[in-house]
Design a protein around this ligand. Structure first.
Ligand SMILES: CC(C)(COP(=O)(O)OP(=O)(O)OC[C@H]1O[C@@H](n2cnc3c(N)ncnc32)[C@H](O)[C@@H]1OP(=O)(O)O)[C@@H](O)C(=O)NCCC(=O)NCCS
Length: 191
């Protein structure tokens, strides 16, 4: 995927980043990463079996995204040809073109610019080739790395969600960010 039209080009990644639809064979990686403390710190990730993850991934139909169908999609991020993290898209409402992104990298792949590059590849695909018009992301207010990734990609902070998720047993304030198709490429209307 390329991002020739982005108004906020991400910086060149330190690593070679590829984003591809996740497959059932990726389930064991997801299971392992979700258990890492540095991955769970800012996200309410529950323990899920490999079998359940494999079934979830097997049920996803990447092509449905382009037809405005389906409710959940997962992509695998490969950095220097190694599986390193994932991105999820939860469809909030197709009628209104709303989706919510989630993302994480395995601990040892964090801090190298990988997520900015990965989302930078996926965003034009989502905003220009699917019916989605508004992508949201939420991050804990002290998750500086996540906040910076979103802001570098042009997401706009729209507000603070007080006492939002329970993280490490404590209710935590989050920021709501959103990127609109029209923010991304002003004046674009693909309908
Ligand atoms: C948040 C996360 C996705 C960021 O991806 P990343 O590839 O590690 O981020 P980058 O290397 O591009 O860093 C982005 C910015 O944050 C900074 N940063 C990285 N780790 C940081 C940290 N622990 N504290 C403060 N800043 C940090 C980087 O220096 C960079 O700043 P810059 O743009 O000024 O250079 C990744 O760290 C991660 O998976 N964390 C655990 C899961 C998570 O928090 N997911 C998001 C939930 S909302």
């Amino acid at each position: 995927m390329t991002s020739p039209l982005t108004r906020h080009p991400p910086p060149p990644p330190a690593v070679d980043v590829v984003v591809r639809p996740a497959q059932p064979s990726d389930a064991a990686f997801l299971r392992r990463w979700r258990a890492e403390p540095a991955v769970r710190r800012y996200q309410p990730l529950h323990n899920v079996s490999v079998a359940r993850l494999r079934a979830d991934l097997g049920a996803q139909r990447p092509r449905d995204l382009y037809r405005g169908r389906g409710d959940r999609y997962t992509w695998m991020i490969e950095a220097d040809r190694e599986r390193s993290g994932w991105i999820t898209l939860a469809i909030v409402n197709w009628e209104h073109g709303l989706g919510e992104l989630g993302y994480a990298l395995a601990t040892r792949h964090q801090g190298r610019g990988t997520m900015t590059a990965a989302l930078g590849q996926l965003l034009p695909e989502l905003l220009l080739r699917t019916p989605l018009e508004r992508l949201e992301a939420r991050c804990a207010i002290d998750n500086d790395a996540s906040r910076k990734v979103l802001e570098k990609l042009g997401f706009v902070r729209e507000g603070k969600l007080r006492s939002y998720f329970v993280l490490q047993g404590r209710r935590t304030d989050h920021y709501l960010y959103a990127l609109l198709r029209e923010d991304y490429i002003p004046g674009t209307d693909l309908r």
